[in-house]
Each structure stands twice: as C-alpha cells, then as structure tokens.
Design a protein around this ligand. Structure first.
Ligand code: SME
Length: 157
C-alpha cells in the first residue's frame, strides 16, 4: 500500500471505519512487533490528533513504555497504579472522562484531560495496554472502546 495514510472526515465511527482497513494493510505481511506497534500509534495519532497514543508492555511486574506518539511519558507503571495499572489489574477497558477525578491517575502530561486504556490479551493474560490521552474532557466513549479493542485485536504477538 501507499505509505500515506488517507485521513477520513465524519463521525468517529466513520473515521474508525476508514482507518481500520489501512491499519490492516500496514500490519499485513509484517511480523515485527515494534514496527507494528509503532505504525498503529502513528496511524491513530494522524487520524485523531490525540495528545498521546502509545503502548505499554507487561514486563515482569510492571508496564514498560513501548512505541508511542506524543510527549515524553513515564517509563514504568506498577500493577494497579494509575489508569494503565488499573486497566491491567481489572482486565478491562477503562474510560476516564476527567483524569483529575480518577484516584491515583498518573499525570505524564499536564495537558491530558481524559483518557482511555485498553488491555491487550494473549493466551488469556494481559500482555500490554494501549493508552490514549486527550486534551479535551470526556473525549472517549463506547465507540472508541469498541474500535480500539478491535484494533489491538489485529496485533499478532
Ligand atoms: N495517565 C496514565 C499514565 C500514562 S500516560 O498518560 C502516557 C495513567 O494514569 O496510568
């Protein structure tokens, strides 16, 4: 496929629907995990222009920063700490409309106002999370949950 991403306009659903086949194209025929995680973060950032899009990988008892797009971020997060550690512990996607109201939220950037964290499963265990931050309050909803879960399901581990 061409290297340029085609940026869709329209509703959130229309944007995801246009983006997902392109992400499939980017992943197809490539089995390098870091390359694929990098391209997913770049594609999401280009399409939605969120503040921060990135992965953390479970390594022993911590989440460790992996490919991302956006401002520099904390490198290690313990289980149950912050939104990322909570999504890992609870094994479910967490939507946080106002990060200041989430007890223990880890503020990597003072610009972040809302957040969604999607756990990624392999052989029934959480092996990574996708974290997305927005400068706007209440940016993320069930549509983001549905499509971001679909996107992380495309990753071959
Ligand atoms: N806010 C996250 C930390 C990661 S950064 O947002 C990139 C949290 O509370 O877990």
């Amino acid at each position: 496929m061409a290297d340029d991403l085609s940026i869709a306009k329209g509703t959130k659903q229309e944007q995801y629907t246009a983006l997902i086949p392109q992400i499939k194209g980017l992943l197809s025929g490539e089995d390098d995990l870091i390359a694929n995680l990098g391209n997913i973060t770049a594609a999401l950032k280009e399409q939605f222009n969120w503040l921060w899009v990135g992965f953390y990988l479970v390594k022993q008892d911590e989440l460790v920063l992996a490919p991302f797009q956006g401002p520099v971020a904390c490198t290690r997060i313990k289980k149950s700490r912050g939104v990322c550690g909570a999504a890992w512990q609870q094994e479910q996607t967490l939507i946080v409309p106002d990060v200041e109201k989430f007890p223990g939220h880890i503020a990597c950037s003072s610009l972040s106002k809302s957040e969604i964290v999607v756990p990624i499963f392999h052989q029934n265990k959480v092996i990574a999370i996708l974290d997305v931050d927005s400068i706007y309050l209440d940016e993320f909803d069930e549509t983001d949950k549905k499509y971001l879960e679909e996107i992380v399901g495309l990753i071959v581990w």
